[in-house]
Design a protein around this ligand. Sequence first.
Ligand code: SF4
Length: 267
Amino acid sequence: MESGIDAIRINPGTINNVRKVKEIINVAIQTNTPIRVGINVGSLEKRILKKYTQPNADAMVESALYYIKMIEDMGWQQLKVSLKASDVLQTIEAYEKFSKKSDYPLHIGITEAGPIFSGAIKSAIGIGILLYKGIGDTIRVSLTGNPVYEVIAAYHILRNLGIRKRGINIISCPTCGRCKTRITDIVDVFEREVSYFDKNLNVAIMGCEVNGPGEAKEADIGIAFGNNKATLFAKGKVIKTGIPKEMALEILKEEMYNLITNNYSNN
Ligand code: SF4
């Protein structure tokens, strides 16, 4: 803090010593450093655990309110709060209960959510439900794996809640008997290639020309694969047929650029 950090997080339960917590708060006050009070269900103080007999949402809320009061009494209010648990429902309950008792900004997330796939789902449910209810000001997706996936998962959560509208939203079908092209690989390649796009666009990659354009009619632009050729469509309407499969992605990207450029020159 004396070196000029923007903010700190403390977990008072882990420090487990009021005198030491107060020492930290004093330095935060002197250095004008905002604090996140980070309550974790796994490290609640003994006093609280004794009262509730087991770690639960009410115990987390009481612990948070206790430390907030202590910090406020010392004259500091640059605070935000997190109430973390790895159990999704317990996390939601804790944040809901806390938000009824306090207006401090909330940093939300499911802690130690697990491996990338299951952890992202847990985080999407927990963070998604809370944000949908209007609870939460900043988010963290916590996954075991490359942290890049935490950012990608967070982006998808915000995007699907309509909170952030930047970047490509890929619409792709699950494939069925009509599909004659291995679109799973194509979608993977496409997703990597357009990850840097920051313009808001719905782009479809569909497994057949018969139903693809109609099933993805909300797409701004899309490609549907036939036997050896592909069809380009926009908002459900076919705009180009007979595209050689191997050129399909290039043409799709070209059209995306055109669409973005036109939209911007029209605005
Ligand atoms: S778009 Fe075609 S291939 Fe994909 S699920 Fe629909 S019918 Fe099947």
